[in-house]
Design a binder for this molecule. Structure first.
Ligand SMILES: Nc1nc2c(c(=O)[nH]1)N[C@@H](CN(C=O)c1ccc(C(=O)N[C@@H](CCC(=O)O)C(=O)O)cc1)CN2
Length: 447
């Protein structure tokens, strides 16, 4: 019996940053095919101009086959990062990935797999964790063991790669702005207290400014600062024409009302898009600063060409900075948008049932691994906006980052999914930089 599974496997290059794909071919069969000569493996390779891997037809003549092998050839000198995450859909489970460059190396392994297949391209004995630069030709071998192959694919959304793409674009625009008008975009960040995560994010923002040619000013206050003193500083920055954008890092200490602070930031400098005027303008479809995380989600949707019109988008979480704006943005009469949107929250009845109806599911609740596989429809697009630090003694930092989605069990059911870290979070700072550039140009509110 011949079972045709056109496009049954899709291997997005997004997993391997900075790597140019030369060829990708999928082979039906077991591990033994791996040892076939290079010549046979390269017949009829698929070529892609831009590094994205297109769908490759896969014909299975042994439906009982337990594995599929894929070979991807890269340019010499590419860097495969250890962090590179390789997850494949189709009910398939990734068992092992080898880099073949003289010796074979294991770079990733599905957590449920306790032992390696008996023989690899260079023999199991040579397999060891790999990192770093490959010299000469590098072949990445992928063995996918699967219980059943279905005509669906899962693509991991690579926030880091997309952020790098937009970063380069913003840097170009800054160079042009400086050449044409002598103007350097200037972002001011106010940081209150010593919250570890906030320190990290603000440091990233300052670093991004330096990398993109922006000017930045960091204003620090102890967590004992009064609301009045903070408001005075905001007003001082509002009045400074050299400062284009102002953000106050959240969360703030309990004695400070964040709404009061946000409402005091001049809408024209509110590059976080948290001011009621910006939220209202955004809701009306008028030019406005859109808050960074929802904006980042839209950029990812657009970058991957994910269809949204007519889809049911379920947003889990109604926070003013993510869930609410996301729900408004996804129903707009534009792309991305034109979704039928359901916004859910902690009091929603039948939450799992509603989530299962989602074509696009946005996790923005702030509860680690809350969204489990039974809450997700086959083929759904899942955007994980959650980012929690969960205590993890095995980590040097003492914590690991968890999203709202139980990634390992949800990913195989999806058509697209964002990981945490490395997904939506990566776009947050890029969106902020984009808004600051708009502020410097006077593109939303005339200067
Ligand atoms: N004034 C604001 N405060 C806060 C915002 C905001 O947009 N404006 N959002 C978050 C924190 N945040 C930016 O401020 C932010 C969150 C996450 C990331 C990010 O890059 N995440 C990475 C992981 C980074 C890490 O290792 O910790 C990822 O998900 O891959 C950047 C910025 C709350 N406060």
């Amino acid at each position: 019996m011949i079972e045709k599974l056109e496009g049954a496997l899709n291997i997005p290059l997004a997993y391997c940053n900075k790597v140019r794909l030369l060829a990708c071919r999928l082979y039906q069969a077991g591990v033994e095919f791996i040892d076939r000569p290079f010549r046979e493996m390269t017949e009829n390779p698929g070529r892609t101009p831009n590094g994205d891997i297109t769908r490759h037809p896969l014909v299975i003549d042994r439906p009982q086959a337990k594995s599929v092998a894929a070979r991807i050839e890269y340019d010499a000198g590419v860097e495969i990062q250890k962090k590179t995450r390789l997850v494949f859909g189709n009910e398939g489970k990734l068992h092992a990935v080898y880099l073949r460059n003289g010796t074979a190396k294991l770079i990733d392994k599905a957590p449920e797999i306790k032992s390696l297949p008996p023989a690899g391209p260079a023999g199991g004995a040579n397999i060891r964790p790999a990192r770093g630069e490959a010299q000469g030709n590098l072949y990445l071998w992928i063995l996918i063991f699967h219980s059943s192959l279905q005509d669906k694919v899962m693509q991991l959304i690579d926030g880091k790669a997309v952020a790098a793409h937009f970063k380069a674009r913003i840097a170009e625009e800054v160079t042009q702005l400086k050449a044409e008008s002598g103007k350097t975009p200037h972002l001011v960040a106010i940081l209150v207290g010593n919250n570890g995560a906030s320190e990290t994010y603000v440091a990233h923002k300052v670093k991004a400014c330096a990398e993109l040619g922006f000017e930045s000013t960091l204003v620090r206050f102890p967590d004992t600062v009064s609301e009045e003193e903070l408001l005075r500083k905001v007003e001082e920055i509002n009045a400074n024409p050299d400062m284009d954008g102002l953000i106050v890092q959240l969360p703030l200490p309990k004695h400070i009302n964040p709404d009061r602070i946000m409402e005091t930031i001049a809408p024209a400098k509110d590059v976080d898009g948290f001011h009621p005027i910006n939220i209202g303008r955004m809701a009306k479809g008028l030019p406005a600063y859109v808050s960074a995380t929802p904006q980042g989600c839209l950029m990812l949707i657009e970058h991957y060409g994910i269809e949204t019109a007519g889809k049911h988008c379920v947003v889990v979480g109604r926070s003013q900075i993510v869930g609410l704006p996301m729900s408004i943005l996804m129903q707009r009469n534009t792309y991305p948008g034109n979704c039928t949107v359901t916004i859910t929250h902690s009091k929603t009845a039948n939450l799992a049932e509603i989530c299962r109806q989602a074509d696009i599911l946005v996790g923005a609740l702030g509860r680690p691994e809350f969204i489990t596989a039974d809450m997700v429809k086959e083929g759904a697009v899942v955007l994980d906006v959650g980012l929690e630090r969960v205590a993890d003694p095995s980590k040097k930092s003492g914590f690991s980052l968890k999203g709202d989605v139980k990634f390992d069990e949800v990913a195989p059911k999806t058509s697209y999914i964002t990981p945490v870290p490395g997904g939506v979070g990566q776009m947050t700072i890029i969106s902020l930089m984009q808004n600051t550039l708009l502020a410097a140009k006077g593109a939303i509110y005339a200067k």
